[in-house]
Design a protein around this ligand. Structure first.
Ligand code: SAH
Length: 436
């Protein structure tokens, strides 16, 4: 099983390594205090633009042999799909031509595109052409690269009262759990060593039970035993806490700003302010963390203007990855009776984000899959190029209920991995690292 292809190290220049994947060259940074030192002529794994592991020639060669044929076959499949893009009609047609000529999408272009086709049941032809155009833009900018991250949800305790989230502290109906440090480490090491993951997200509610020191120790113990990119998704902590985690080897953070509308933010996250969260996200990006960020699509009270602002704000942050997905109302939250977000709206958000920021990484999220069983595939065909697989131990998985009916809740991890690989194969996507 393999979620990343090793690259041959062509050169190391200061803190930048150049890796080659079957003739394609990509750059990745070397974090000196990470203890991973690639050397020209050797082999390395990169994730999110960072070298996370080095391996020997005798380990790398059989992996590359196994990937070689498939690598070119996948490219052919993706090219076949992405080149068969539909010609847009009317406004879509004018818009696509403009983008193809190298111009940027304006706010008014985005407005028109989001309005095209309306909600579900609208003009299907217009939507299909939009999605296939976005897919074409993705392929042109980044080829068939696709990131696959594993996520471990280690605690469902939370001190916040977010209006959208089932883990909010006022929900007395869900079972709360915490994984012990040893259990988290073992789950992560198993994911990396036995399942082949090279990027892992450690996620929880905002749970002060885990001190910075405890989390740093968990990260250190994982990094001692495996070369993976670790993302912390633990909500707001002081920047200094995140620095400690970086020092321990967690170079990634997944922290969404949730909505770019400050008024809506204050309603959705009682007692919290958008500028506080954004300041943290900005500081993390400046400090060279790989930051995945984004928003929730379809919060009640949000408009297409808000969605455009959400996309443009994400773009302006230049994050390592876009992470956004549709609201799935949870019955034990203030948004219990919020209208269901049409799948088309969630897909349009992906397509518009892709067209607005062609060389970005965009996740097809679990929420999208929860909305529609085929959501990941549809998302990947509307401009997305990253996926997450839930690796939370099966005993806890159902209790991490940020929203109900979460895709991947039932079923075995092994089956999910197999299905995901089949999906990627059928779409011609290869797990090479991406960088802008
Ligand atoms: N406590 C962490 C992790 C939160 S869970 C933090 O605050 O960052 C990860 C994401 O799930 C949240 O950032 C939010 O965008 C999303 N989420 C929560 N409830 C949701 C719901 N009902 N529907 C869709 N997405 C939701």
């Amino acid at each position: 099983m393999c979620y990343a292809i090793p690259g041959k190290v062509v050169s190391v220049d200061g803190d930048t390594a150049t890796l080659e994947y079957f003739g394609e060259r990509k750059k990745a940074s070397v974090i000196r205090n990470g203890g991973i030192t690639p050397a020209a002529g050797g082999y390395a794994f990169a994730q999110g633009g960072i070298v996370v592991d080095v391996i020997t020639e005798s380990e790398a060669v059989p992996m590359l042999e196994a990937w070689k044929e498939r690598f070119f076959e996948l490219k052919r499949i993706d090219d076949g799909i992405a080149n068969a893009k539909a010609e847009g009609k009317n406004d879509n047609g004018i818009f696509f031509k403009k983008i193809e000529s190298g111009m940027l999408a304006t706010r008014s272009d985005m407005e028109k595109v989001l309005a095209a086709g309306g909600a579900d049941g609208g003009d299907a032809g217009a939507l299909e052409s939009l999605f296939s155009f976005a897919n074409h833009v993705r392929a042109k900018a980044l080829g068939n690269s696709c990131c696959v991250h594993g996520i471990i949800e280690f605690s469902s305790h939370c001190r916040n009262a977010c209006a959208y989230c089932g883990l909010n502290k006022n929900n007395e109906k869900i079972k709360r759990y915490r994984m012990g440090p040893g259990e988290i480490v073992e789950t992560a090491v198993h994911a990396a060593r036995s399942l082949g993951f090279r990027a892992l997200v450690l996620q929880s509610g905002e749970d002060a039970y885990y001190t910075d020191e405890m989390l740093a120790e968990i990260v250190r113990r994982i990094r001692e035993r495996c070369g993976v990119l670790i993302f912390m998704s633990i909500g707001e902590r002081p920047f200094e806490s995140y620095k400690k985690l970086y020092g321990a080897g967690a170079y990634g953070v997944l922290l969404r700003f949730e909505t770019s509308n400050p008024k809506l933010y204050a309603v959705m996250r009682p007692g919290k302010r958008l500028d506080g969260r954004l300041a943290l996200i900005r500081r993390l990006i400046t400090a060279k963390f790989v930051v995945a960020t984004g928003f929730i699509v379809g919060l009640p009270g949000s408009t297409n203007q808000d969605l455009i602002n959400d996309i443009l704000l994400t773009k302006s942050l230049r994050p390592g990855m876009y992470s956004f997905g549709p609201l799935i109302p949870h019955p034990e939250t203030a948004l219990a009776s919020a209208p269901r977000v049409p799948l088309s709206q969630a897909l349009k958000a992906i397509a518009v984000a892709r067209i607005a920021d062609p060389d970005s990484k965009i996740l097809a999220t679990t929420a999208l899959e929860t909305l529609d069983r085929d959501g990941r595939r549809k998302g990947l065909l509307a401009g997305a190029n990253s996926l997450m697989i839930n690796l939370t131990p099966e005993a806890y998985r159902r209790d991490y209920e940020i929203y109900p009916g979460k895709a991947g809740n039932s079923g075995k991890t092994q089956d999910t991995i197999r299905d995901t690989l089949q999906l990627l194969h059928s779409l011609g996507r290869a797990p090479t690292d991406l960088e802008r």
